[in-house]
Write a protein that binds this ligand. Structure first.
Ligand SMILES: *[C@@H]1O[C@H](CO)[C@@H](O)[C@H](O)[C@H]1NC(C)=O
Ligand SMILES: *[C@@H]1O[C@H](CO)[C@@H](O)[C@H](O)[C@H]1NC(C)=O
Ligand SMILES: *[C@@H]1O[C@H](CO)[C@@H](O)[C@H](O)[C@H]1NC(C)=O
Ligand SMILES: *[C@@H]1O[C@H](CO)[C@@H](O)[C@H](O)[C@H]1NC(C)=O
Ligand SMILES: *[C@@H]1O[C@H](CO)[C@@H](O)[C@H](O)[C@H]1NC(C)=O
Ligand SMILES: *[C@@H]1O[C@H](CO)[C@@H](O)[C@H](O)[C@H]1NC(C)=O
Ligand SMILES: *[C@@H]1O[C@H](CO)[C@@H](O)[C@H](O)[C@H]1NC(C)=O
Length: 385
């Protein structure tokens, strides 16, 4: 039974250039001794230990890729020494048994017996044993190699584009030793400001405000935190902001604007009654400027006054709003006792480009349609005389 164990140990780690059958008898004996001592109950009282017992060692903590030195301090009178990785012999005395080129002996003196493992990797983690024999008194000391690995995010959700109201789950998987702590947070947080203390961030019924960048961090106490970001886009149908009615005088420039929030960005159409308006026709220009569609009349004529409808649309929906182009009161020459000069000034300010007057627009908002028709009629009459 014991012989079998020894044989298997020898097969696992035959000495370099040593044929299995031709193992030196001295080695056999030593192997047998080593084997026997592994069968000794683990909890043998340490209090009985004599002066030639290897000193207790701290565990060796090493970063992945670094070198680890395993030291065994011994006293004189020791006849045989060996280092083992679990049950396989790495070194016995000056003889290397391990086939691993990363394992080298660094000290083999009367007081110390040490080996080095270069470029330690996670599979090297575990118990290593220094075995010492004095006459018929074998003793072993164990040391654990603990391998640390910096945190690394290995799998993270892709950036996504979802519709408002969807349920969203973001995933972030990280490796490292010790096991990294993973957290999520919304980088442009609003009232809801989603965060999470684990790999999963769940958002139920996502809102527009939840759009933006989300950051996953993975950290352990080995080294710097690993951080990755994910973009979450939330699509929603157009939402037209309050439109403002605009006044302009005949012959002047008139500008109607329609602003809509939407993701993806809205496309716009303009209508007068049922008639669709097109850019470049009838002295008008339709231009998109970010979220705003601008309808420009370069030379307002009487037929231009009226009720316009702006339609904003994207793949999620359509929304419309109406806006009035109404008659701007001109400061009519001769109706005031003005000097010629001041009339000129007044007239230039009125005729200047962008003669849209904010004060009048504000005043116009909320006035009933019928009142506007009256105003238009009144101006018509005014011009006729
Ligand atoms: C060494 O590591 C092992 C395994 O992690 C642990 O059981 C033992 O308590 C550690 N010993 C010391 C001295 O830290
Ligand atoms: C120690 O043993 C483990 C398990 O057999 C093995 O994967 C690792 O390469 C060994 N390390 C050394 C340094 O021998
Ligand atoms: C990442 O995780 C997801 C969900 O567990 C899985 O479907 C996917 O295959 C993983 N990707 C990679 C590259 O491991
Ligand atoms: C989102 O999750 C909630 C609660 O878990 C569920 O009631 C709802 O049906 C889900 N919505 C969708 C679109 O899957
Ligand atoms: C504006 O239109 C009127 C009438 O069609 C025309 O007489 C006038 O010259 C135009 N003004 C400009 C600046 O184009
Ligand atoms: C504007 O929206 C209303 C409903 O909100 C709809 O009935 C109407 O047809 C829309 N008008 C246009 C021109 O799309
Ligand atoms: C403009 O037209 C729309 C529908 O085409 C109507 O709902 C709205 O009341 C009109 N506005 C005015 C000021 O007449």
């Amino acid at each position: 039974m014991r012989l079998c164990v020894v044989l298997s140990a020898a097969r696992m780690a035959p000495g370099p250039g040593t044929p299995l059958k031709g193992v030196h008898p001295g080695r056999w004996l030593m192997l047998l001794a080593l084997r026997l001592l592994f069968l000794v109950p683990a909890g043998e009282p340490v209090g009985r230990s004599e002066s030639n017992v290897p000193k207790a060692m701290d565990n060796v903590t090493v970063r992945q890729g670094d070198n680890a030195v395993l030291r065994c301090i011994i006293d004189s009178g020791v006849t045989r020494v060996a280092w083992l990785n679990r049950s396989s012999i790495l070194y016995a005395g000056k003889d290397k048994w391990s086939l691993d080129p990363r394992v080298v002996i660094v000290t083999n003196s009367k007081t110390e017996y040490s080996i080095q493992i270069m470029a330690v990797d996670v599979y090297d983690e575990g118990p290593y044993t220094c075995s010492v024999q004095t006459h018929n008194h074998p003793r072993t000391t164990r040391v654990h190699i603990i391998v640390q690995v910096p945190p690394k995010i290995v799998n993270i959700s892709n950036s996504i584009s979802v519709n408002e109201g969807s349920n969203v789950t973001l995933l972030c998987l990280a490796i490292g030793r010790p096991e990294p702590t993973v957290t999520w947070r919304h980088l442009s947080p609003t009232a809801r400001g989603f965060t999470s203390d684990d790999e999963y961030l769940e958002i139920t019924g996502i809102a527009k405000e939840d759009a933006g960048e989300y950051e996953c961090s993975a950290y352990n106490d080995v080294s710097l935190t690993d951080v990755r970001k994910v973009q979450v886009e939330v699509n929603y149908p157009p939402l037209i902001l309050e439109t403002r009615n605009v006044g302009a005088a005949v012959g002047q420039k008139g500008i109607l604007q329609c602003e809509a929030y939407a993701v993806p960005s809205a496309e716009f159409e303009w209508y007068k009654e049922e008639r669709r308006l097109f850019n470049g026709l009838n002295g008008i220009q339709i231009k998109k400027n970010g979220d705003i569609s601008v309808l420009t009349f370069f030379n307002v004529s009487e037929e231009d006054y009226g009720n316009y409808t702006c339609v904003a649309m994207n793949k999620l929906g359509t929304s419309n709003s109406s806006v009035l182009l109404f008659v701007q009161f001109k400061i009519v020459q001769g109706s005031h006792p003005c000097t010629e000069e001041s009339q000129k000034i007044l007239s230039t300010t009125q005729q200047g480009p962008g003669a849209v007057l904010d004060g009048n627009n504000r005043a116009s908002a909320g006035v009933t349609p019928s009142l506007w028709l009256l105003v238009i009629l009144f101006v018509h009459l005014l011009f006729k005389f």
